[in-house]
Design a protein around this ligand. Structure first.
Ligand code: PEP
Ligand code: MN
Length: 344
């Protein structure tokens, strides 16, 4: 099957058949594929027969296809995600969160503490980041922690403090949801964060797809870009198009940083999807001194925004102190980013 034929005809999956396939099994494969509304094309070589499929193959499980007795190999040419694909919607999506736009080149910055710890730190950080150029306030109330002995977040009380800070300081807010039953508590939260650990909590994604509330979907440290986009597909498929993706570092063999921030994920995602993508260099590096350089790198690579952890006294922070910027450092980051923006 020539490359031209594949692209001209729009073939989306190629199946290489085993030599001398059992005719009955082959016919039943062909009939099943046709029953899925797929066009089946054959290409007969001297020893190999290829089947080219045209149509929507997203419902076909590639591993199941490869396991069939008549199939030698199967190769997907079309991405398995549809609504998240740039082919489905070639122009970039702009997601608006209470007047803050992600994806239109304005490059908003979300800043705030890792977790909401008490009113005075939250208010302190909120007003200082606001006066230094942040567009949204972050703060975790439900904290997914590796250890059950670590601070688990202030939960409902924390959300109440964050909502109060939103009203007092006048910035939209983002906070992480960890399970479906919490949804009603997030009514006044402008952007609901699905954290890295819940990227494949499909029941949560399906529930969040039912409203138009914007969702910040963070990449799991163990997820491929395709898996991230498949998670976004769950939310899009249920009817919610307000999705912002977030690269926050992946697990590699490198130990000098908490995670390896995958800067190349930004242009890769943009080549595959219309969804805006922001970068979190705080979790991406785990180190305060690396946050500014990686934030700059992310913006230079085409990120649609940043999420930065800020704490007024990082050494006393109940979560992620080593990666937090103090307010003065955040002010320096904000200045550097706006200078860099001028040169893009
Ligand atoms: C966070 O943003 O507070 C957080 C827990 O991030 P992640 O899910 O990326 O680890
Ligand atoms: Mn954190």
């Amino acid at each position: 099957m020539s490359k031209d034929l594949i692209y001209q005809k729009g073939i989306v999956m190629i199946i290489v058949l085993k030599e001398n396939p059992n005719p009955a099994e082959l016919n039943s494969l062909r009939d099943w594929l046709r029953s899925l509304n797929l066009e089946v094309h054959y290409s007969q070589g001297s020893s190999t027969t290829l089947m080219g499929l045209i149509g929507d193959t997203s419902q076909i499980d590639l591993d199941m296809m490869k396991s069939l007795p008549v199939v030698d190999k199967a190769l997907r040419i079309q991405d398995p995600f549809k609504k998240a694909s740039i082919k489905f919607k070639p122009e970039p999506s702009v997601v608006k969160v209470d007047g803050v736009s992600f994806g239109d080149g304005s490059l908003p910055i979300i800043a705030g503490p890792c977790s909401i710890e008490n009113e005075s730190i939250l208010m302190d950080v909120a007003s200082s980041v606001k006066s230094n150029g942040a567009h949204m306030l972050r703060g975790g109330a439900f904290k997914p922690r590796t250890s059950p002995y670590s601070f688990q977040g202030m939960r409902e009380k924390g959300l109440e403090l964050l909502i109060a800070a939103k009203k007092k300081v006048g910035m939209p807010i983002v906070s992480e949801i960890t399970e479906v039953s919490q949804i009603d508590l997030f009514e006044e939260v402008d952007l609901i964060q699905v954290g890295a650990r819940n990227m494949q909590n499909f029941e949560l994604l399906k529930e969040l797809s039912k409203s138009k509330k914007p969702v910040l979907l963070k990449r799991s440290p163990a997820a491929t870009i395709e898996e991230l986009l498949m998670s976004a597909e769950y939310i899009l498929n249920g009817g919610n198009e307000n999705i912002i993706l977030c690269e926050r570092g992946i697990k590699t063999f490198e130990t000098s940083t908490k995670n390896t921030l995958d800067i190349s994920a930004i242009p890769v995602i943009k080549s595959k999807s219309h969804l805006p993508v922001i970068v979190d260099p705080s979790h991406g590096t785990g180190k305060n001194n690396l946050v500014i350089p990686m934030a700059m790198a992310a913006v230079a690579a085409g990120a649609d925004g940043l999420m930065i952890e800020v704490h007024s006294a990082p050494h006393t922070a109940l979560c992620d102190g080593p990666q937090a910027l103090v307010p003065d450092e955040f002010a320096a980051l904000s200045k550097k980013i706006s200078n860099l923006k001028e040169h893009l």
